[in-house]
Design a protein around this ligand. Structure first.
Ligand code: FES
Ligand code: MG
Length: 567
């Protein structure tokens, strides 16, 4: 019997009998002694009828198994939770840590020598990488890949930046009911993840840049044959790792890799969610993402990838322009090319294999960037003592320095009830404030930070306003939106103290977000806040665990007890 099946054997004093029993059961599947004697590569199955982003997972599993077997090892597929952004009540972020726990524990529970995790829809890759980091078994990540683009009336469409843009046009009366239904069938024309630089694309790019996935794995479109071959190659590689026992995630998730990931996050115009996930991933290996250091990276690194929502193109165009290897080559000295990769070499080898595509305009050079500085900036001030984030690459330049009157919504239901009320007192240069939408408050820090423009202003042609919250925002959204205000209002953060009519100052060049109310008045308001108590939704089960243990955005919203230095 091979070492694979012996792994993690619970002997209870009789190892021989335990193995006998284990074999007796698994042989019910028809495996031979030869099969069971091979090194074992576990493969996660996150296929779900509720997760169209993962619609190609069965084909990827089949190809990964083929690769494992061609290399003489034994693939074993096992299910874990699957999370789709649109089918994850109350929020997908609420479930991310559950998926990380499920994935971690199932890798630990079952005998395997290496593991392949296949994921993609926003929270899934972060959850799987958090799990892999904690288990520290040799791991290959296979992203499911982006959708191909849609078309409507000669225009190229992408989920879901164009979902928002066209829905806003519908709200403003520019697109009628019939046409918006037609558009609805064209926004997501294939399986795979959102094909703009949303969170899914961002995290796939981060995984590739950190060397956790093979080259080009972030960008090959989900339906392409090339992605199937990538899965086969990943299977072959995992089989080698099952024998050699290396590299482990801890050998790849180094400070250099996390620095590279931050550079890439800025250079791709990545999702703001990416920073929260990267922070959680880092915490799992005892590393730290320092917000001020991240801001500094943003001052030095240009946006080079011309993708929506910051730019014009979509993931398939990024792919055909050379993908991540080409981007890493353009970034040159800004990344540490000595960082090792799961392929066995370093990023230098990846960059050496980068394709040159004459005439492509999607991956720019540092001398001809989309934006001379990075996509995101970290703000602080009396409203956000532990930081807030703005994706200024996707904001309106005229609003980056703006002082306006606060219009406060106390919760998401309050906002939903009043934002389109014709009697709402709101002007175009006001600042829309939403609170109680953070990690504990909502719960799960929903993507509510993209507050809709009040209908009456939308009809007047207002397309953007300064918006401020402790929520997150979809990576596919556009606007002057300050997010992740930390600490959140539900734990007594200063956002809880703002009142309609206060003046709020945003100054992105100076990295400031503040309410222009003096300290004594803020202290007086703080004393009047009701004491925090556990809300009804958190009375039992996972919700209680989440409420009691989730950390703030600057700590990645992981559970406090999952981080080595907090245990
Ligand atoms: Fe799955 Fe966008 S909904 S990636
Ligand atoms: Mg998203």
């Amino acid at each position: 019997m091979g070492k694979g099946l012996r792994k993690g054997l619970t002997s209870y004093g009789d190892a021989g009998f335990s193995l006998f029993l284990r074999k007796a059961f698994i042989k019910a599947m028809g495996y031979s002694d030869d099969a069971l004697g091979r090194p074992i590569v576990g493969i996660t199955n996150t296929y779900s009828d509720y997760n169209p982003c993962h619609g190609n997972v069965p084909a990827l599993i089949e190809a990964a198994k083929r690769g494992v077997m061609l290399s003489g090892a034994m693939p074993m597929v096992f299910p874990t939770i699957s999370i789709h952004e649109s089918f994850a009540h109350p929020t997908s972020m609420f479930l991310r840590n559950l998926m990380a726990m499920d994935t971690e524990e199932m890798i630990r529970a079952q005998p395997m020598d290496a593991v392949i995790v296949i994921g993609g829809c926003d929270k899934t890759l972060p959850a799987q990488i958090m799990a892999a980091a904690s288990v520290d078994l040799p791991t290959v990540v296979i992203p499911v890949g982006p959708m191909v683009v849609g078309h409507h009336k000669g225009e190229v469409l992408g989920a879901c930046t164009d979902c928002r843009r066209l829905w806003s046009a519908h709200r403003a009366g520019e697109i009628d009911d019939e046409e918006i239904e037609t558009v609805n069938g064209r926004l997501a024309p294939s399986v795979g993840t959102c094909m703009v630089m949303g969170t899914a694309s961002t995290m796939a790019c981060v995984a590739e840049a950190m060397g956790l996935a093979l080259p080009m794995s972030a960008t090959i479109p989900a339906p392409h044959a090339e992605r199937i071959r990538l899965a086969e190659a990943s299977g072959r590689r995992a089989a080698e790792m099952a024998v050699s026992g290396a590299p482990r995630p801890s050998a790849l998730m180094t400070p250099a890799a996390f620095r590279n990931a931050q550079v890439v996050l800025q250079a791709i115009g990545g999702s703001t969610n990416g920073l929260v996930h990267l922070t959680a991933m880092a915490n799992r290996v005892g590393a730290r993402i320092d917000l001020q250091a991240f801001d500094q990276v943003g001052r030095e690194v240009p946006v080079l990838v011309d993708l929506k929502p910051s730019g014009d193109h979509y993931m398939e165009h990024f792919h055909h322009a050379g993908g991540m290897p080409r981007l890493l080559r353009e970034l040159g000295d800004l990344v540490d090319l000595d960082a090792p990769t799961v392929g066995g070499g370093t990023l230098r080898d990846v960059v050496a294999g980068a394709e040159a595509v004459p005439g492509q305009t999607v991956i720019r050079t540092p001398s001809d960037p989309i934006k001379p500085t990075g996509a995101m900036a970290v703000l602080t001030g009396n409203l956000a003592p532990r930081g807030a984030l703005i994706k200024h690459a996707a904001a309106s330049p005229r609003l980056l320095q703006h002082t306006g009157r606060a219009v406060v919504f106390d919760s998401i239901p309050d906002m939903a009830a009043r934002i389109d009320d014709p009697d709402l007192e709101v002007e175009a240069d006001d600042v829309l404030v939403l609170r109680n939408a953070g990690p504990k408050g909502a719960p799960g820090m929903p993507e509510a930070g993209y507050l809709p423009i009040p209908k009456k202003l939308g009809r007047q042609g207002v397309k953007d306003m300064v918006r401020l919250s402790d929520a997150r925002m979809s990576g596919t959204a556009f606007g002057t939106i300050v997010l992740h205000v930390t600490p959140e209002s539900a734990v007594g953060g200063p956002l809880a103290l703002v009142r309609t009519g206060d003046r709020i100052r945003l100054d992105v060049p100076a990295r400031v977000i503040e309410v222009l109310v003096d300290d004594a008045e803020l202290a007086r308001r703080a004393r009047a806040l009701p004491p925090a108590s556990r809300p009804d939704w958190a009375a039992r089960g996972y919700a209680r665990l989440f409420h009691d243990s989730v950390t703030q955005a600057d700590e990645g919203c992981d559970f406090d007890f999952m981080m080595p230095e907090r245990r």
